[in-house]
Design a protein around this ligand. Structure first.
Ligand SMILES: [Zn+2]
Length: 295
């Protein structure tokens, strides 16, 4: 009996559907960031949204912004797994990696890092910009207050529950660490694919050449839904310099845009609604802190 079957299936499907996360995307008009406030109304059109354009002339020195201590960033077996989430390439980190100092209220556990990118040629894909300059790519290291013991569901309910480190990536160098890391991309071409990372490269290796005492600080949000305003943002002035093959289509199998077929930067302005743009300007005013270089 078809009606009987429908009665059985229908409540089940409803239950399943109600547990599906809301659909969002970067570039389809039906689900791009102009629609995110309808998914997560509480935050995505809020007043401390990220990313922002950092106006360097508005940044002020703040003596509280001391150097960070990076715990186990030199450990060459701490990069555990690389995953294609369908939205980004995410590398999970082993336990015992953390940051402290830098005017953070306590130590924060480093949980994962991921990348944001453009199309690898004409469209740059960093999320933050400095004085309007957009870099080819951006690396985000996501850290969670140690109090929460890795539970990010709890961390996003705290206005400073997460600390994100943002590093711009541009073309001008050829660190072996990035050649190694991007060599894994060809093995995770489908959403959900993941592979283990062999020991050999550390976070320090990937952050090579960056003076980590020079940074901008502001209070912001996750840059993807639900856009929770729970993030202490640190954006480093120095960029990571990688070879042009990694950000341009010389070796497309090394570029995440080729692997995922995606441009995944939340780029305020342009396609965003006026409400979002005005909230962005409000947030820019909060970018007033800049670490001074010690003599
Ligand atoms: Zn990110």
């Amino acid at each position: 009996d078809l009606c009987f079957l429908l009665l059985l299936i229908h409540p089940y499907l409803l239950t399943k559907l109600s547990f599906l996360p809301p659909a969002w995307c970067y570039h389809k008009p039906s689900c791009n960031d102009t629609t995110w406030p309808t998914i997560a109304a509480k935050y995505c059109s809020g007043t401390r949204q990220s990313p922002i354009n950092i106006v360097s002339a508005s940044a002020e020195l703040n003596a509280n912004l001391t150097e960070f201590t990076f715990q186990n960033y030199g450990d060459t077996s701490i990069l555990k797994k690389i995953l294609n989430t369908g939205k980004t390439v995410k590398v999970s980190l082993g336990s015992g990696v953390s940051i402290s100092g830098g005017d953070l209220s306590e130590a924060y556990d480093s949980l994962q890092f991921h990348l944001h990118w453009g199309n690898g040629s004409s469209i740059p894909g960093s999320e933050h910009t400095v004085d309007g300059k957009r870099y080819p790519m951006e690396l985000h290291i996501v850290n969670s207050k140690s109090t929460f013991n890795g539970n990010t569901t709890l961390a996003v309910k705290d206005s400073t529950g997460l600390a994100a480190l943002g590093f711009f990536i541009e073309v001008r160098g050829q660190p072996a660490s990035w050649n190694t890391l991007t060599s894994y991309l060809a093995n995770i071409r489908n959403r959900g694919d993941s592979v283990s990372i062999a020991p050999g490269i550390s976070l320090d290796d990937l952050l090579v050449g960056v003076d980590r005492s020079q940074y901008y600080r502001y209070l912001g949000s996750l840059t993807t839904p639900n856009c929770n305003e729970a993030v202490v943002w640190t954006v480093f002035k120095d960029s990571i310099k990688v070879s042009k093959d990694l950000v341009r289509p010389g070796h497309p199998e090394r570029h995440p845009a080729w692997v995922l077929g995606l441009i995944n930067a939340r780029i305020p302005g342009g396609q965003r609604s006026l409400a979002c743009i005005s909230s962005r300007i409000a947030t820019v005013i909060q970018v007033t802190l800049e670490r001074s270089k010690e003599p």
